[in-house]
Design a protein around this ligand. Structure first.
Ligand SMILES: Cc1ncc(COP(=O)(O)O)c(C=O)c1O
Length: 373
């Protein structure tokens, strides 16, 4: 059996509905902003139970837009986690602020106690990441931000559709960022992103900044940039949102099947899986476990047709780029460094059925125990 990590050919094998809407767009020639974009923004805000959605060109822009709106820049520190995608930190550097990188916990999520310890007079904001589509303890993070008067910006790029006790990931912070990159739970055919906020002033500022600071065609209020979502992608996103519930149900069922089958390897000491929190609804963006003999296992699976990934082999404080701009304590990164050495991301996507997941777990068992599950 061949199990590819990439499921986009299956996902976009039938695009008739999308193309019908694209034809309408082409007839309308509303190629920048316009009703296709605003319709999607309203639909997403409603889905998330938030007041305002401002779509952007991608998730990185969404983070930059949030930071700019909160006036975070030169001389300010922003605390975030070291095991995230480059863009979380890149966005902080892009606005001229200093990323303060801290370790993650055993669930791959930002270590809350280390947030407290890293707060200085210069700290302006915290950016927790809903890493892998799971969530950190947002209630506690919100309390810390309130206590120390810090802005909270959620990086919910991997967390569209996740929730904690029924409250959506990406609705806890002041302004929160999402990505619709092709490998996200809500994805488009290229790049896309958005921010959510419940603050009318922030929303009004971001709407303008995203579009050159324009009040109307002939007047600008302040200098802005072009971060606009393409209407072609707004159409794709709108169809994607209708299917999101189904996609997440399938991914979660696959995750449960993997959890159940692999639990025996935990007892045998070959594997460590992040603890799942009952009140957290995960998007299962990435299914990651910490495996002994990870690199040999990866190669073994590859030879048997199972394509796996590593997210990521290097936490950000170990990247060359972190030698400049970033602040961190390299002696206090035990979890992220341990995880980077052992983690393997197993395919879990919505087009894999029970047999495919069984095939994967059988191969993993063959590797460790010499027999299928
Ligand atoms: C955690 C995280 N933050 C930010 C981003 C950036 O999003 P984008 O690729 O849409 O710019 C991504 C995804 O790529 C991500 O996974």
């Amino acid at each position: 059996m061949e199990i590819k990590y990439n499921y986009l050919p299956q996902e976009f094998s039938d695009t008739d509905e999308i193309i019908t809407q694209w034809k309408k767009l082409i007839t309308s020639t509303e190629f920048t902003l316009g009703t296709f974009v605003t319709d999607f923004e309203s639909k997403f805000a409603q889905f998330m139970n938030a007041e305002y959605c401002i779509s952007t060109n991608n998730g990185t822009d969404a983070l930059i837009l949030a930071l700019k709106c909160l006036n975070i820049g030169m001389g300010d520190e922003v605390i975030t986690v070291t095991n995230t995608f480059y863009a979380t930190v890149g966005a902080i550097v892009a606005v001229g602020a200093t990323p303060v990188l801290i370790d993650c916990d055993d669930r791959f999520q930002i270590d809350i106690e280390k947030i407290r310890k890293s707060i200085t007079k210069k700290t302006k904001a915290v950016i927790p990441v809903h890493w892998a589509g799971s969530s950190p303890a947002m209630k506690k993070i919100t309390e810390i931000c309130n206590q120390f008067n810090l802005f909270l910006i959620e990086d919910a790029c991997m967390g569209i559709g996740a929730s904690i006790a029924g409250k959506s990931a990406g609705t806890f912070g002041d302004i929160n960022a999402f990505s619709m990159h092709p490998l996200k739970s809500l994805n488009v055919m290229g790049d896309g992103g958005m921010v959510l906020t419940n603050n009318a002033e922030y929303a009004s500022w971001m709407l303008k900044y995203r579009n050159h600071g324009m009040i109307d065609r002939d007047n600008i209020e302040f200098w802005g940039v072009n971060m606009r979502l393409q209407p072609l992608q707004a159409i794709v996103a709108s169809f994607g949102l209708d299917k999101l519930g189904d996609v997440l149900n399938k991914r979660r069922a696959n995750a449960r099947q993997l959890d159940n089958a692999l639990s025996k390897l935990i007892e045998a000491g070959h594997l460590d899986l992040p603890r799942r929190v009952e009140t957290h609804y995960e998007t299962c963006a990435l299914y990651m476990g910490l495996f002994t003999k990870r690199d040999e296992l990866k190669e073994y699976l590859q030879k048997r047709g199972v394509e796996t990934k590593i997210h990521y082999p290097k936490p950000l404080h170990l990247q060359q780029a972190a030698r400049k701009n970033c602040k961190f304590d390299s002696n206090d990164m035990v979890n992220s460094e341990h995880q980077a050495r052992h983690l393997l991301t197993i395919p879990i996507h919505q087009f894999l059925g029970k047999n495919a997941i069984k095939y994967i777990t059988d191969q993993i068992f063959m590797f460790y125990e010499g027999h299928p599950v």
